[in-house]
Each structure stands twice: as C-alpha cells, then as structure tokens.
Ligand binder design. Structure first.
Ligand code: NOJ
Ligand code: NOJ
Length: 573
C-alpha cells in the first residue's frame, strides 16, 4: 500500500521515469507514439520539422545543446528503410508519397556541392546537410561512407517493390540513376578511410563495411533484374572484396568484433550490433560470414558488448550478470559524459528477436565453442551441439533468450517518460532523458525492434550462401579510364605495346608490355583503368621477331584526373 502511494506521488510530481512496463505493454502503447514521433520529423508537413524541405528528415527538433536540426544521410536512410518496409510489406499503404518525397530530396542532395566534394568527386559521403537542402559548411567528421550505402538500401527496397508491382519504367529511368550513383560511390571508395557512424574515428569501421557489402549485393541483383548490367561485374567483385575485409574485424581470441581499425578504444561498440540487425536476412540462417544476428560470432560479440556496460553506468548496479542492462554506444564514450542510448538498447533486443525468428525458421539452435559463453548465460550446463526445435534445450534457451531480449525493452521502457517521447540518451545515474529530444533514429529503433518482436521479416538482400574469398584482393582505389592512341607505321609482323611506371603498365617490363590494337591503322589503341590522381610515366615499344625497340627518351608523362576518362593522342617517337 505504502509503495503504491509513493509511486503515485512520483507520478504526480511528473517524474521522468514512468512505471515499469512489460515489453508487451510497452510496445502496444509506444509503437504508435514512435511512429507519430518519426513522422513529425519529416518535411514538409511534419509537426516538429517546420522549415524542412519536402522529404527531408530532421535528426531531432532540438536546436541547442545539442543542435540536431540538420539532416544526416545515415539517420534519414535508416528512417526511410523503416518506412519503406512498412509500405512494401503492406502494413501502411499511406506512406508512398513520403517515400517519393524522400527520393526527390535525396536525389537533390546528391547534387549539392559540399565540403566533401561534388557528386563525382566524393560529395556523396557528406554526412549532413541543412534542412533546406543546402550544404552544411562548418567543420565536421567527414567523409562518412556509410551514407550512400544506407540510402541505396532504402531505395532498392522501394525499387524491388515497384518492379513486383509493374512499374519498371519508373525504376529504370528515375530511381536507378540515383541508386547507381551511390553504388558506384561504394564500389569505388569502400576501402578508403571513413569517419565511423558516431562521427569520431577516422579509420575503417565495421558498420560501414557491413552496410556497404549489403548495398553492393542487392544493387547488383537490382541492376541485373532491370537489365542495367554494365556495372554488375564490378559490384560483384568489390562485394567479394568487402566481404573478405569484413572478416578481419573479428577477434577470435577475445570473441568480439573490433568496431574500428583506429581510435585506440576497446572496440566494443553498438556499431557491431547495429550492423548485424541492419544486415539481417532470414534466408541466410545463422551464417557467420555476414555476422547474422544468430551467428555464433554475433552472439559472442553481443555478450561481450553488453557486459562492458554492467559496471560503467550506476543505473546498472545491482542487476545480475545474466539480465538485461542499459547499454550505450561504447563503454569509453564521453559525449554528454557518456550515457546509455535508447537506440543501442533497442538494438540488443532486436538482434535477439531477429535471432529467435531465424532459429525458428532454421528449426534448430547450434551452440559452438564461439557461442558457448553466450548460451551459458541462459543454461549454465549447455554443451556445444545442435538442438532441434523439438528438444527441451531449444525450448528452454529460446524462452530464456526471449525474456532476456524483453529485458532490454523493459529497461528502455523504465526510462521512457510518460508522454512516450524518446530522446537520444538516458542519464547513466538517474535514467532521465538526455541530449537531443525526439530523436528520429530513436523512434525508428523502437519500430524495428517492435516489428521483429512481432515476427515481421524484412525482404531478403541476398546474404544466403555467401563465402568470403580466402585471400582478400586489395582495393585498387579510385580508377580512371585512359585510352592510349599512338600513330605508328609498322611493317608486317611488327606490333606496338605500351609499358610504364605503374602496376597495370607492368612497371616498365617489356616482356609483359600491353599490346595495342591496330583497328584504325596507323593509329594503335588501348584503353585501360589506371589509378586516379597519379603521375604516370610510359613509353611505347615495338616488337618484331622477338626484337624490342623502345621509343627515344625522355619518358612520356601525364597526370590522371580524379574521375572520368582521359585520352592520349601520341605519335611514335
Ligand atoms: C557530435 C557527434 O554527432 C557525436 O557523435 C559525437 O560524439 C560528438 N559530436 C562529440 O565528438
Ligand atoms: C550523433 C550520432 O553519433 C550520429 O550517429 C548521428 O548521425 C547524429 N548524432 C544525428 O543523429
């Protein structure tokens, strides 16, 4: 009685902390609030986004401490993936005009010259813009190369639905050129360093690599489906290279994914959980190559990541070691003094809900030495092996894991204010909402976790059956197409070759010099890809009866441009 009275007194005082709710109860009230909160942050008519251009997603209406009244390509694309899934899965057919607005807004943003460059010179990785669609020119952690990948994934989901619903002309003529810009960007620049999704570390980043891999796979499939096959070979070969690189983030001795190659932190990071949920493909089962949510690697990683917060947030004290806790971006975080984040908390639940659906579809749970520690949280004596869905172990594990997953939702619920508004963070000591209010991405994270809990499976992206090449091929970096034309009169049986200072030009080796063709004799021609922004030295040589004749000195020399093509018109010297 006394306890109840106290609770109601806190309620009257307007405490930020509402009554604890079960995951069921929480989702039934919070899902509509989250959906409305998300839509309120989209221009032109969202209730909290006045001034935002049509189709522009604001990160949050907050204008001071922090000012998030900007549009981020990452946040917007994740938000529109949720909207597009709801539309294409037939849950809300009213969303189509929002998706069309988003497409138009993003197609315009692609063309805006910005501090990362022009559309053709790297501008696609600019992380954020003003909400009127103009460039943000202040200092920032740029480039962020996850943006083009996430945006193409959202648009590809829409394109696939349109194709299945008889609108291939619009897809081919209107959507495809925009999607292709993003895919070409990913395929060219994936191996260059990037700021991570938290905009702090400039290195390679697991989340970015994982979503880039996904984008090229589904991009290649879409291109094939609409007969735009010119870049398919490049997308496929770069996707294989990315998948190879993705494996290198896994640390077998510590059992987790190191989120960034730089930055000097532990590498335990919500980055990796977000990567797993945003590349979930139920058709891939518990495949570890793509770090599927129920893969042994992703589960081991999840445990290490969650445990890293048990002792860093006061609100976690006293919670036992196998129960859900508040989690944030990474344990070393100092932004706003370092606190739990709602979207990170929902992401843990979502990975587990995705896993539960996948085990159900596979019909068994496999416990390996890699995932043993994860499963022992729920069954201390479980051994490695495969437990089919009819076994008592399967029933026990899935039920305990569901409870564990719901626990993360219940933590978020406990720290959701009674109006249901969701900020970016909640205070590590009091649980009160902190930093940007009404964070659009937070609302999206409620919706995706809730959807997975309700058994909703997003469309497959082609993750099934992939294997990483045994040896990773280093990405050659940006290339330009260069045509060598040389006027040379020759005698019968004599041929012209080119050789020069870079790998493709055989590092001056006449034995392996590249042959030109005399289709337009006496002009001999060859087109090759060479590294962009590079000084190239070269010479033509003649070969006749095994005899090599070099052009006279000095070497020919030119600089390749940043992008596009280049033609050399020479005469034999
Ligand atoms: C703003 C970024 O968005 C946030 O992720 C970062 O932690 C802070 N700046 C501090 O660098
Ligand atoms: C800071 C977060 O670290 C970053 O991921 C996000 O894009 C921006 N805030 C905007 O929400």
């Amino acid at each position: 009685m006394r306890i109840l009275c106290l609770a109601s007194v806190f309620g009257l005082l307007g405490s930020a902390v509402s009554q604890p709710a079960s995951a069921d109860a929480y989702f039934s009230t919070e899902l509509p609030v989250a959906k409305a909160g998300l839509l309120a942050n989209i221009g032109p008519s969202g209730a909290k986004s006045s001034g935002a251009k049509s189709g522009i997603v604001i990160a949050s209406p907050n204008t001071v401490n922090p000012n998030y009244l900007f549009t981020w390509v990452r946040d917007s694309s994740l938000v529109f993936k949720v909207i597009t899934d709801q539309f294409t899965l037939g849950q809300d057919t009213s969303l189509r005009s929002q998706i069309d607005n988003f497409f138009t807004a993003e197609a315009a943003l692609q063309q805006v010259s910005n501090p990362s460059g022009l559309v053709t010179t790297g501008g696609l990785a600019e992380p954020k813009f003003n909400i009127d669609g103009t460039a943000f020119t202040g200092p920032w952690g740029r480039p962020q190369r996850d943006g083009p990948a996430l945006r193409s994934t959202a648009l590809i989901t829409y394109a696939n639905w349109l194709l299945s619903n008889g609108n291939s002309t619009f897809v081919t003529n209107t959507l495809w050129p925009v999607i292709k810009l993003d895919l070409d960007y990913v395929s060219t620049y994936w191996n260059q360093s990037t700021f991570d999704l938290w905009e702090e570390i400039n290195s390679s980043s697991f989340f970015t690599t994982a979503v880039q891999h996904r984008a090229l796979r589904e991009g290649s499939a879409l291109a094939t489906r609409i007969g735009q096959t010119a870049s398919v070979g490049t997308y496929d070969s770069q996707a294989a290279n990315i998948l190879c690189f993705l494996q290198t983030y896994w640390n077998p001795t510590t059992g987790y994914i190191t989120a960034n190659t730089g930055g000097g932190r532990s590498g335990k990071d919500s980055n990796t959980v977000l990567a797993s949920i945003h590349t979930w493909d139920i058709n891939a089962g518990c495949d570890a190559t793509t770090f599927q949510p129920c893969s042994d690697k992703a589960l081991s990683n999840l445990k290490v990541y969650v445990d890293s917060f048990r002792s860093v947030y006061p609100i976690n004290s006293g919670i036992n070691a196998a129960s859900a806790v508040a989690v944030g971006r990474y344990p070393e975080d100092v932004y706003f003094n370092g606190n739990p984040w709602y979207l990170s908390t929902f992401a843990v639940a979502e990975q587990l809900y995705d896993g539960l659906l996948t085990w159900q579809s596979v019909g068994s749970i496999q416990v390996t030495t890699t995932s043993l520690a994860f499963f022992r949280q729920f069954s201390p004596s479980i051994a490695t092996g495969t437990y089919t869905s009819t076994s008592p172990q399967y029933t026990q594990l899935t039920s305990a894991i569901k409870t564990f997953a719901d626990g993360f939702v219940e933590i978020a619920a406990k720290y959701t204010p009674s109006n249901g508004g969701i900020a970016e963070q909640y205070d590590k000591s009091t649980g009160a909402p902190l930093s940007a209010a009404d964070l659009t991405w937070s609302y999206a994270s409620v919706l995706t976790a809730g959807a997975s809990r309700a058994g909703i499976k997003p469309a497959s992206w082609g993750a099934s059956g992939l294997t990483a090449p045994a040896k990773c091929v280093p990405n050659p970096g940006p290339q330009v197409s260069v045509t060598f034309n040389v006027q040379a009169t020759t005698q019968f049986g004599e041929n012209i070759f080119v050789v020069g200072s870079v790998d493709v030009l055989q590092n001056w080796s006449p034995d392996t010099a590249l042959p030109l063709s005399a289709t337009n004799y006496p002009t001999w021609s060859l087109t090759v890809n060479l590294p962009a922004n590079t000084n190239i030295q070269y010479k033509y040589i003649r070969k006749f009866n095994g005899q090599v004749t070099w052009e006279s000195d000095p070497n020919n020399s030119f600089n390749t441009p940043a992008t596009g093509g280049f033609t050399l018109n020479d005469s034999w010297r």
